[in-house]
Design a protein around this ligand. Structure first.
Ligand code: ADP
Length: 593
């Protein structure tokens, strides 16, 4: 994934775009937060009149401004009621602010996840070979989760805690500027180490995220490649690797837990010492009669209440940095342009009557060497072209260029003489079906797997095509027939069975161009015979480009293209090529076709 740094401002602007659809809810949430921020200090302020009344010497209380006298008990009851009402109001605003911000956080991250998937699903195959699945998954899950957390926390810290801080400090200044100064200094003494600690924690957190991504990567690779792990009896070694990766991860987590635990204890000690100092200072003033007991409790209340918003506010920047980092990682994926650029004014590919051609096609993966060099091939409509060649010659790369899984770096592929890039990818792929060696099935029913991406078909139609693909016979024997769920956790199907499902899929699609990668050795004899018969039927009356491994295919091919080292070395029919002492004859003699 690219590492271009995006400016913070730009990240904010882009995040803003995601919040925009929820603007109204966001504004209501902010209003609720500001009520919480103001109501909290108001409740504390009520302590003063209560205390003053309790410690008052007269039995009647004169209400300020109104000059109205009420008994002391009634005044206490009234104030208690007022405190309850304010607390209730704060509770209501607290509830709505939390729920609304969570609502926005969930929706924004849902939208981001959808956008990410929508973007990823269009990425080229090359993108996936450059970016490990685990890293991508970790960004979609971990980083998005992180962002959600920040979307909820940051406005709350900024508005609610910011307001509380201003009001509480304002009140202390109003009472006694000297004490206010002392309070601020005291808080700085607490907050500064806190900022330092959180910086350390953030660095550890970032490393932790990366190590978690490594674990995701390891898991996705080893679970999807479990067959390889088993075939080399590497279970124990892989388990050790996993333990190592896990240890690396938890050593970081424990480090940050240690700092967190120390910071908690240290800060609490400082805070309690600060409160003790405040008690001594303000208590002294009470003794000297310069402040009332009400003032004493009020100031103490303000100072204690200052702690949480001050701590949250101090952590605001850290939170912001963390979410900016997460957003940056997410935007990196969204900014990754698909190398497959669709030109404007594209046409729909409707007819295919003459030929499929490779014209001077070259291709390289990333910045590597050319793996296909000036390839020229002409496959006339309705013919079979078989591609053969040693492993690594470029056969798979060649066939993947036809459905535009990636585009040539120079030259082009033409259908009836026209560059395929002049047509929409969708209309091009509609004309092509691929049957590959490794058939991918999704975790859904056999029927849905056969019809995937092809629209609705009746059970009878699906059965008809499955019969033609020699698949009906084994599908019928599955526990739920065509409704049996296959795929990851479903019924286990053999390689040959999966291939016959994929052939049924291709038959339903009824493509004009067929791209095949014949199975090599992993089919048993019976399966191989069935797959061959099904493939022969599928190839009938179509234009086929096939990576051939079977003698019968090369014999029947109208043209054999011998690839070596990314170049077309020989071209002709089976008999023609056998007649010349070249690579094809050597391969044929070694039975490696
Ligand atoms: P074949 O199908 O004939 O075995 P390929 O088309 O798979 O050959 O590979 C041709 C060359 O391209 C090989 O040298 C291979 O290492 C390289 N190659 C294949 N896939 C990738 C990839 N995703 N990234 C980089 N190089 C690749």
């Amino acid at each position: 994934m690219s590492n271009n740094k995006i400016s913070n401002w730009l990240i904010f602007k882009r995040l803003g775009q995601f919040v925009k659809p929820y603007k109204c809810i966001f504004i209501i949430g902010i209003i609720c937060l500001s009520f919480v921020g103001t109501l909290m200090p108001s409740i504390i302020t009520m302590v003063k009149p209560v205390m003053d009344i309790i410690f008052a010497s007269s039995e009647v209380i004169v209400i300020p401004f109104l000059k109205y006298e009420i008994p002391r008990d009634a005044a206490v009851n009234f104030l208690a009621l007022a405190i309850i009402s304010l607390a209730l109001l704060k509770g209501v605003f607290d509830f709505f602010s939390k729920y609304l911000m969570a609502y926005i956080g969930q929706h924004v991250t849902m939208d981001i996840r959808n956008r990410l998937f929508g973007h990823l699903v269009y990425q080229s195959l090359e993108y996936y070979s450059n970016n490990p699945t685990g890293q991508i998954l970790s960004r979609i899950t971990n980083d998005v989760k992180y962002l959600e957390n920040s979307i909820v926390k940051i406005p709350a810290r900024f508005v609610r805690d910011g307001l509380m801080l201003i009001i509480l400090l304002g009140m202390i200044i109003f009472f006694n500027p000297k004490w206010a100064l002392m309070t601020i200094l005291g808080f700085l003494l607490i907050i500064l180490p806190l900022v330092l600690f959180s910086k350390m924690l953030r660095n550890l957190g970032r490393k932790g995220q990366q190590r978690m991504a490594d674990i995701y990567d390891f898991l996705s690779e080893k679970i999807s490649g479990v067959r390889l792990v088993k075939s080399f009896s590497m279970e124990k070694e892989e388990q050790k690797e996993m333990e190592k990766a896990n240890k690396r991860f938890i050593s970081l987590v424990l480090k940050s837990e240690k700092i967190d635990a120390f910071q908690g204890a240290f800060i609490e000690f400082l805070a309690i010492s600060g409160v003790a100092l405040a008690i001594v200072t303000i208590g002294g003033a009470v003794i000297r009669d310069s402040v009332t007991p009400g003032d004493f409790f009020l100031l103490l209340g303000y100072i204690v209440a200052l702690y949480t918003p001050a701590k949250n506010f101090a952590g605001l920047n850290q939170e912001l940095q963390k979410s900016l980092a997460a957003a940056e990682r997410i935007f990196e994926i969204l900014d990754e342009k698909s190398p497959l650029v669709e030109r404007s004014n594209l046409k729909i590919l409707k007819d295919f009557n003459q030929s499929l051609e490779f014209r001077d096609v070259s291709y390289r993966y990333g910045d590597g060497d050319l793996v296909l060099k000036n390839i020229n091939i002409n496959v006339p409509h309705g013919s079979i072209a078989a591609v053969v060649g040693p492993s690594g010659a470029g056969k798979s790369t060649l066939i993947n260029l036809v459905p535009r899984f990636f585009d040539p770096v120079s030259g082009f592929i033409a259908i009836d003489g026209k560059d395929i890039r002049e047509y929409t990818v969708r209309s091009l792929r509609k004309k092509i079906a691929m049957v590959m060696q490794d058939v991918i099935l999704f975790n859904m029913s056999v029927k849905d797997n056969i019809c995937y991406g092809l629209g609705e078909f009746s059970d009878d139609e699906v059965r008809k095509y499955a019969e033609a693909a020699y698949a009906d016979m084994f599908i019928k024997q599955l526990p739920d027939g065509y409704d049996t769920i296959v795929g990851e956790k479903g019924v286990k199907l053999s390689g040959g069975q999966k291939q016959r499902i994929s052939i049924a899929r291709a038959l339903i699609k009824d493509p004009e161009i067929l791209i095949l990668d014949e199975a090599t050795s992993h089919l048993d004899t019976e399966s191989e015979k069935l797959v061959q018969d099904a493939l022969d039927l599928l190839m009938k009356n179509r234009t086929t480009l096939v990576i051939a491994h079977r003698l019968s295919t090369v014999r029947n091919a109208d043209k054999i293209i011998v690839l070596e080292d990314g170049k077309v070395r020989e071209e002709g029919r089976h008999e023609e090529l056998l007649a010349i002492p070249g690579l094809y004859r050597r391969m044929f003699e070694m039975q490696s076709i």
